[in-house]
Each structure stands twice: as C-alpha cells, then as structure tokens.
Design a protein around this ligand. Structure first.
Ligand code: ADP
Ligand code: MG
Length: 262
C-alpha cells in the first residue's frame, strides 16, 4: 500500500500505511527520463533533459550546480509543486502522473517537508502558529498539534521563542523555525532549496548541522546547494549542468580526501 490511498477519507490510517511501506525496493523517489520544458511567448527553455535518479529512504542527497541549471525545477517536481513535461516520477513506488490536484496537495501536506532559501514564514503568525499551520490544514486534533509543535521547536532549539513573530528573529532563527515547520508533520522526506543561501556562515553552519542531525535520526533529505562547502554534508551529491546530471560524487570519499589534505 502506497500513496494511491490518498484519495480516501482516512488520512491518519493511510498515512501510517505509507510510512510503513517500503516502496518497490527501488527507493522513495524514482525519476525516469524526466524532462521539463518551459514555454514562454517566444522562448522554449529546456530546464531538465532526461533526468534519471533514485533516492532511497534515509538517504541524504545534495543537488549541486550553477545558477539556472535546473536545481529548483528538479526539486519542485520531486515535491509535487510542478509536473514533468515528459518522463515518469514514482514516489514511494507509485506513479504520481495520474494524481488529482487535491491528492497532490494532500501528499505535499502530509509527506513532504519543504525548506526554502527565503524561509517563507508567515509574517503575522507567531513561531508557534507558523509551525502549527500545516498540521491544522491536516485536520489534526489540538492536543496532538501542540505535542508535535513543541517537539519540533525543541529539536531546532527554538522552544524559547514560541510567541515571537518572524520579524523579531534573526535569519538563522527563522530558518530553524522553518525546519521545525517542515519536520513537525513527520514527513517521508525533506526537500531543501538552498537553505543556507540567505544566511551568514555561522548561521548557515547551524542549519546544516541541524539537517545532518535529522538525517542521522533517519530523515530522507534532498538539498539543493550551490555552496561546495555544504555539499559534502550529504552522503551523495548529484551535479547538474544545463538540465542534465553530469556527475555524481560520494560524500564519504569527499570527506576522506579532505581529511588527508586534498
Ligand atoms: N516558470 C518558469 N518559466 C520559464 N522558465 C523558467 C521557469 N522556471 C525556471 N525557468 C528556467 O529554467 C531554467 C532552470 O531554472 P531553475 O530550476 O530555477 O535553476 P536553478 O535553481 O538551478 O538556478 C532557467 O533557465 C530558468 O530561467
Ligand atoms: Mg534555484
């Protein structure tokens, strides 16, 4: 049983089932020959061409490459925020092509935690309310929401700021709240698009440490970064160029090379 059950009226039950499913053995995310073309008035932009990639449960993948190479487009497709022009996407073993808009929205809400470069917190909601909002959309009872929000804020070290508004926090603190919002729903995967892009190196480092801790606790993470300092936090890095995967690196190897002075 996978994500196909998402049209039903028992989100809690199907959520548990999906969390327990092991997909089809090929991984949580499977992209097969994915292409994305944007058509604007006179221009055709080939943002992604023939992408094949798999991400296993519990993996930490970095997606690197220069500006404009298709990283955000790839993450948007993985996060069901956008659809491929052609090719197949299987999420937890289920093709997503035939899902309705509301099924896609439900999967995003229940199974995918997003972290953006610009934090994307809601300015007139408190820290607590920002983290709670996706759980409210889910129809989760108040007591369970409270437990999850408090746990998530504790985990990111922001439990002492629940009544603050985003504008009263530093960038690093805002991003930690955004991470809490992403993990509070216990998603199948976290998708982060240049999560350190708006942060100085100290705060960026803290957010990266946090993602590494989450990964060590079992989270599946796909992180876009153009900062080579951070790509090696991941187990595996896929390098994109002009919409194509041009190489792949093993993070373990990179760390070993660094340790012996390369
Ligand atoms: N909505 C869109 N409409 C038209 N072109 C787009 C759109 N989104 C992205 N692109 C183009 O697709 C290419 C890849 O963009 P993007 O995925 O944002 O790259 P990256 O995140 O690596 O900087 C770029 O050439 C960009 O201009
Ligand atoms: Mg981008």
């Amino acid at each position: 049983m996978g994500l196909a059950a998402y049209g039903d009226r028992h989100p809690k039950k199907s959520e548990d089932m999906a969390m327990q499913s092991e997909g089809n053995g090929k991984g949580l995310i499977q992209l097969e020959g994915v292409k994305k073309v944007f058509f604007t008035e006179e221009l055709e932009t080939h943002a992604l061409s023939d992408i094949h990639m798999h991400v296993k449960k519990g993996e930490y993948l970095a997606i690197a490459g220069p500006s404009g190479c298709g990283k955000t487009t790839l993450l948007s497709i993985m996060g069901l925020l956008d659809t491929p022009t052609s090719g197949n996407y299987l999420l937890d073993g289920e093709p997503v092509a035939d899902l309705t808009a509301s099924q896609r929205a439900r999967i995003r809400n229940q199974h995918i935690g997003f972290i953006f470069q610009a934090f994307n917190l809601i300015g007139d909601l408190t820290v607590y309310e920002n983290v709670e909002l996706p759980l409210t959309y889910r129809g989760m009872p108040g007591s369970e929401r409270k437990r999850r929000v408090e746990e998530a804020l504790e985990k990111v070290g922001m439990a002492h700021r629940i009544k603050h508004y985003p504008s009263q926090l530093s960038g690093g603190q805002q991003q930690r709240v955004a991470v809490a919002r992403a993990i509070a729903g216990e998603p199948l995967m976290l998708l982060a698009d240049e999560p350190t892009g708006n942060l100085d190196s100290k705060n960026g480092g803290q957010v990266m440490d946090l993602l590494r801790d989450l990964h060590q606790e079992g989270a599946t993470i796909c992180m876009v970064t153009h900062d080579p300092r951070y790509a090696h936090f991941a187990e595996r890095t896929i390098n994109l160029f002009d919409g194509q995967v041009v190489s792949e690196e093993n993070g373990e190897k990179l760390r070993e090379l660094e340790e012996i002075g390369f």
